[in-house]
Design a binder for this molecule. Structure first.
Ligand SMILES: Nc1nc2c(ncn2[C@@H]2O[C@H](COP(=O)(O)OP(=O)(O)O)[C@@H](O)[C@H]2O)c(=O)[nH]1
Ligand SMILES: [Mg+2]
Length: 306
């Protein structure tokens, strides 16, 4: 058998890679950067991601299916938190690889919890140390790389900056080298498993994170009540923002409706970019007391479901 004939029968790599990490290390940002589109919302606050979401990266040599997960953290309190944490942990089951993310600032206590869950899930683990752009000097990361690998079992360790793009291609190649060979599982043009409807609701939720104070985004959920495309190609989207209290509703709506208008405007712009269509967006704010602790309501809003 010659090398050439071997190579001509070479198959690409295909597999599922779950991204595990405590909240805010840059998991969703990584998926968006690889896919080249905002399919997973991000913010400076923890727990922005609530659902499992696939980001599918197809290249000549491979198809990598990233499983974006909510951050794993020491959960407690409301049912919503428990559901989110459960989703994060069960998303690690049955994947080919786990990409664990930490940041260059050091190993945190919740990182140990994440590592423990990743080991329990059973797939080999690659460690990415993100936000290396925040270090004054690139080699300042070396002591951390050295210390995290002591007593822990990583296939590879890759310093990274999703923000600057540093080592993104290198990490992709490392992942590809560790994935099984096989034909792609999804059409090359498919970038996510989520519907446009879901992505629309997430973009509205992202703007709540961007525009409102500490608490509000955590007691808000977005339900799409209409999603139609008319003959002209215009998308008509209507959505309800659920909150827990009348006061929260007043805050979102804002003076003369200015708050809601701002959220609507920004969300609409991003929908137009993502869906490549003109969008009409109607938003309403409604109060349902205790929805974050109501299992039935959480289910009807799609939490804890794949
Ligand atoms: N400086 C810096 N910030 C980053 C980097 N990657 C992500 N971020 C920021 O970190 C925050 C959390 O990102 P996100 O993707 O939502 O984190 P997740 O909770 O792990 O999904 C956002 O404000 C991102 O813009 C990076 O490489 N460098
Ligand atoms: Mg996220």
């Amino acid at each position: 058998m010659t090398l050439t004939s071997d190579r001509s029968r070479d198959e690409g790599a295909f597999g599922f890679v779950a991204i595990a990490g405590r909240p805010n290390v840059g998991k969703s940002s990584l998926v968006n950067r690889y896919i080249g589109r905002k399919i997973s919302i991000t913010s400076r606050r923890p727990q922005t991601t609530r659902n499992r979401l696939l980001g599918i990266l197809t290249t000549d040599d491979a198809q990598i299916v990233f499983v974006d997960t909510p951050g794993i953290h020491a959960a407690g309190g409301r049912e919503l938190n428990r559901v989110i944490n459960r989703t994060a942990v069960t998303s690690l089951d049955g994947v080919d690889l786990i990409l664990m993310m930490i940041t260059a600032t050091g190993w945190h206590r919740d990182d140990s919890l994440v590592y423990e869950k990743a080991v329990a899930a059973g797939a080999p683990i690659i460690l990415a140390v993100n936000k290396s752009d925040q270090l004054a000097r690139r080699d300042a990361i070396l002591p951390l790389l050295e210390s995290v690998s002591r007593d822990r079992d990583f296939l590879d360790i890759v310093p990274l900056s999703v923000k600057s793009g540093y080592n993104m291609e290198h990490l992709r190649e490392v992942i590809v080298s560790r994935l099984p060979k096989g034909p792609p599982g999804f059409p090359a043009e498919q970038v996510t498993d989520r519907s446009q409807r879901f992505l629309a609701s997430e973009l509205v939720r992202e703007k709540l994170f961007w525009h409102f104070g500490q608490e509000l985004p955590y007691v808000s959920a977005v339900e799409i009540t209409k999603f139609d495309q008319d003959e002209s190609g215009m998308l008509r989207v209507e959505a309800v923002i659920w909150v827990e209290k009348a006061g929260q509703k007043a805050i979102i709506i804002g003076r003369d409706g200015a708050g809601l208008k701002r959220v609507g405007q920004r969300a609409r712009e991003q929908m137009e970019r993502l869906f490549q269509a003109k969008v009409y967006l109607g938003l309403w704010v409604k109060v349902r007391k205790g929805w974050t602790d109501n299992a039935a309501m959480l289910k009807s809003l799609g939490y804890g479901e794949w």
